[in-house]
Ligand binder design. Structure first.
Ligand code: PMP
Length: 391
């Protein structure tokens, strides 16, 4: 039987960008020891206090259907967190709880785009973006931004989004670790207003700020009405497996998204929502503790990278990634990553996996312990230096 065109073409050309990760996993399964710097997942598990809250809730009976848009206490907790962080008055009517940020990205595009509409996204991009856009029948359009401008979108870059129904941005950014400046956010907002577009702002790394500050575009004049913010507890609280996130938007948008949830996810497990509520309200220090290893490792990495000049670190101030410019070696990101894996059992993601705008780069996830990261980076730098032509 023939499957739908939509599902058969979700990954576009059939490459989901994760080939290197699959290869590293196959090597691991065959017994090779790999330092795995491919995946954006903490090397710690969910805090035991959150698990205890989850357990208590489940044992207390919160195992039936939960409120589809999210429980009132959780939506209230998310709303006050967003109000406090952005200064934009936010109530539970602005919040839909979703099974993770990924589901929130899907819901947000569903709310903004009709079949056949163009949905723009900044490149380099998180690997699921084009496929997520295709799931709603919209047509993805990449808006490449420049490595030489620190991957900050400019007005010239953003002209490529004209005519699209929505623009998807991500700050702090995966894969680059870059935090958009106030000027960038203002330029993006201007483009969106001038071209009468929706803005979908993926802020799942908003607690991982190592320098400077995170500005949500929802806080810019006239933007709250046309911005849908995607949030998640995956990265902030090491709750990747719990599948808990949200969309923040104007109340009428949330009203429609509640309908979508009724007909797709039917909400998120009550005991997960209770655990999330506990995590957000009981111990505000927890998210700082979850992020601290990445801030520490970023410093370790900078010290190592400072000792050489073959590999250049893209100035980045947030999230759990380092984007390294390896164009000086003459290799593509793809062949650099594959050769590094073959010769040194170190797995990093080729920049090309995140779009051609990151060609000649590699992404390093700082998700192994400090010593392993330091060892891997020293080896990587020596490997890169060895690729240079003899002087
Ligand atoms: N957006 C970005 C930029 C991400 O990196 C991720 C996960 N790696 C997600 C969204 C989705 O995260 P989750 O569904 O776990 O909340």
């Amino acid at each position: 039987m023939k499957l739908s065109n939509r599902i058969s073409t979700l990954t576009g050309d059939g490459d989901d960008g994760w080939a290197l990760l699959y290869r590293a996993r196959a090597l691991k399964a065959a017994g090779t020891e790999i330092i795995d710097l491919t995946i954006g997942e903490h090397d710690i598990r969910t805090d035991p206090s959150i698990l205890a809250a989850m357990n208590e809730s489940a044992k207390g009976g919160h195992t039936g259907y939960a409120s589809v848009p999210g429980t009132k206490p959780l939506r209230d907790a998310v709303a006050s967190r967003v109000s406090a962080r952005t200064g934009v008055p936010t109530t539970r009517d602005n919040v839909l709880i979703t099974p993770g940020g990924q589901s929130a990205l899907f819901a947000a595009h569903h709310a903004c785009c009709d079949e056949g509409d163009t949905a723009a996204y900044i490149e380099p991009y998180y690997a699921t973006y084009p496929g997520t856009i295709r799931t709603v029948g919209a047509i993805p359009r990449a808006v490449p931004v420049q490595a030489d401008n620190g991957f900050q979108p400019t007005a010239t870059d953003l002209a490529a989004a004209r005519g699209a129904r929505s623009l998807l941005i991500n700050t702090p950014n995966n894969p680059t670790g870059v935090i958009y400046t106030r000027q960038t956010i203002e330029t993006i907002s201007q483009t969106v207003l001038e071209n009468d577009m929706w803005l979908i702002s993926d802020e799942v790394y908003d607690t991982q700020i190592w320098r400077g500050e995170h500005l949500s575009p929802r806080a810019i004049d006239a933007m709250a009405a046309r911005t849908l913010v995607v949030g998640s507890m995956s990265k902030s609280h090491a709750m990747t497996g719990s599948r808990i996130g949200w969309v923040i938007a104007d109340a009428p948008v949330i009203e429609h998204l509640r309908d979508l949830a009724t007909h797709t996810t039917y909400g998120v497990a009550g005991f997960i929502q209770d655990a999330a509520h506990f995590a957000l309200t009981d111990d505000p220090e927890l998210e700082r503790r979850v992020g601290a290893p990445f801030e520490r490792r970023r410093k370790i990495a900078m010290d190592i990278l400072d000792t050489q000049n073959t590999v250049r670190l893209i100035p980045s101030d947030g999230a759990m990634y380092l984007m390294l410019d390896i164009r000086g070696t003459g290799l593509s990101g793809d062949s650099f990553a594959n050769t590094l894996l073959d010769h040194h059992n170190i797995a990093v993601m080729p920049g090309e996996s995140f779009g051609q705008a990151a060609a000649g780069h590699i992404r390093v996830a700082m998700t192994v312990d400090d010593d392993a990261l330091a060892e891997a980076l020293r080896t990587l730098c020596a490997f890169a230096a060895g690729l240079l032509p003899e002087q």
